[in-house]
Design a protein around this ligand. Sequence first.
Ligand code: ATP
Ligand code: ZN
Length: 745
Amino acid sequence: MADATLTGEATALQRVRVAVDAPQHSGLTGPLDYLGPQDLAPGTIVKVGLGRRESIGIVWDAAAVDEDALAESELRPIGQALESLPPLSDRWRRLLEFAAGYYQRSVGELAVSVLPPQLRDLDAKQLHGRLKKLDKAEARAAQALPSRSVDPGVAPPATASSAEDDALAMPDPPLDDGEAAATASGEAELDATLPLSPPPLTAQQQTALDAVRALYAVDPPPPALLWGLTGSGKTEIYLRAAEDALLRGQQVLVLVPEINLTPQLEARFAARFSGHSIVSLHSRLTPAQRLRHWLSAHLGRAQLVLGTRLALFASMPRLGLIVVDEEHDPSYKQQDGARYSARDLAVYRAHLERIPVLLGSATPSLESWQHALSGRYRRIDLTERIGGGALPRVRLFDMNRLERKKGVTTALSMPLLEAMRQRLARGEQSMVFLNRRGYAPVLHCDQCNWKSDCPHCSAHQVFHKEDRTLRCHHCGVAQRVPRACPSCGNPDIAPLGRGTERLEEQLAAALPGARIARIDADTTKLKGSLEAQLTAVHDGEVDVLVGTQMVAKGHDFRRITLVAAVNPDGALFSSDFRAPERLFSLLMQAGGRAGRDAAQAGRSEMWIQTWYPEHALYQSLQKHDYQAFASSQLAERQSAGLPPFAHLALVRAEGRTVEAAREFLVAAQEAAQQLPLSLGLLIYPPVPMSMARVADVERFQMLIEAGNRAQLQRFLRDWLPDLHGLKKRHKGLVRWAVDIDPLVI
Ligand SMILES: Nc1ncnc2c1ncn2[C@@H]1O[C@H](COP(=O)(O)OP(=O)(O)OP(=O)(O)O)[C@@H](O)[C@H]1O
Ligand SMILES: [Zn+2]
């Protein structure tokens, strides 16, 4: 049916459930009823009216009709159906249903939000045109680049063609529009430095791969935790497991925590699987690219889908394997809207599809580690670095040994600088890591004690020397640096503390002649600039790399022999119980950037400048002893009744005033206590968030703790509708949200 507009005359109409993006606060959590043709398959994407706007929706599975449902005569008709697209599969809908239920969102809101945004704007004809263009481009690519070894039995194009539709097609950018390494058509830009043929596996890798293959013997396969040191060749295991799946004609989904890591991983997969169709899915794609890549996955043509957390929801009809690289990484948790964990949903999706999921990390999340200990996950270990290289020697430099002078509390110590000079002399690279960008976190007036506070947030404005601005990293407000103290006129206002910009300046002064590069969010704003800077590091054009956590993770730097963390102590005393876990894994990751070339591993070092060298966390780090760290943390969590031994939900409220935010939560707490299911739950009193005010909004939170996940879920389902009602009565409330399994507290 080329023109799918329904007139109601040709086909018999009946009640059809459609998941639409009705926001959660409208109180509509399930699919809505519309009037549509009988033969509309569940999973079909349709246009529907929602309030006064037109929206897209997904035909959902039929269900028993409620007694208070609208009569058929009152139902609105469905508009167009995008029938040139195969329906979203049953398993895809079950995944969305589960995710929506678990994270307490409306299923339609979540389902529509994970579809490519452009799909909303195209009508049936335009979409049809897009699909035809995709067919043509893929046919061209297939001619240009014949498949090398694996024939996955690609599904035939799902569209019929007609000249009229083609003429109506919206212009689509050409396929080679600057995508990193591979495109929907499988055109891979080969990186000559990457080996095309797989290296022979080490004995340990072979054992690990055999263990991955053994997962398929169980139905459904248990989730696997691939616990491997940094540089132990985990990625090679992903590649081999992926190859197995491709040979079976299946699709593979690979998740990475950060967009920045997608190009290099994509290059590695593209080099190994040239001639195969690889697509990426992440938020930095143009809308047209995102639609094309999504379609390619949905039509079963993309054999490999690589992406960040949103790729978890890619529709992949022949999914055979999911890989979650750096599974511990907090970026797998969405921080707004439906606050889902792509890692946790990957485990669920794999279960649903009855396929293996590989969770890889050198420092697994304590949740996953506990699952491995309890036997729920199967653990696969890689305990040796490739080439037999040692992990860097960890040197804890005690800052108390420094002479105490005003203003030098976070100085670079002389021994560290000396160690860096040795690297310089040998032509090796150093990396200095500081998780704070800008020049200094605050400007300060000595005379009147003025500080560069943000007028809108409970935070300081950060001094950026390069463009002479004071910028708030929370609300974004920026202004010129004042010439004198705005409060008392003292011309002598000084930066306090240090960010990466200042660190770069200090290193340049201390290491004359060294080529220093800084990589942080400020130096990588322009498209392609990060890639260019990383290439310079790989090519040896940089002696000292300064950066935030952007440089600490994932990169396979070959020439670095020294990594230094100059001020990591802050996280030791955070009120967030997960802060030590995050610090430990970040430092292990950062240290893992050193000595990746086995020839140099023997003299590679990681320096930690700390005021607390005796701290247990650093002591475990020094021994590279993740297991010891994990068991001490797990013991603490167990005795404190914290995850993974308890389950949390956090309700956050934002108000125009402190009272508005708090009173809403107090009322919510009272409502909770009325519910029988709240018995046995711990509901903590509302407290200000650690960043209490952002952009003139006051923020409070209330923690709910449960021993039993199912009880927490049932309680939330009963309770949250009350909160929607309460919001109407609390006028000063800007918004509220619930975060299930919150990562940051
Ligand atoms: N069997 C092998 N033989 C030779 N080289 C290998 C082998 N396996 C992996 N390598 C190389 O060793 C290096 C480290 O491997 P890889 O990047 O896969 O480790 P990783 O465990 O994923 O590291 P990280 O967790 O630090 O990112 C890479 O350059 C990779 O190409
Ligand atoms: Zn601000």
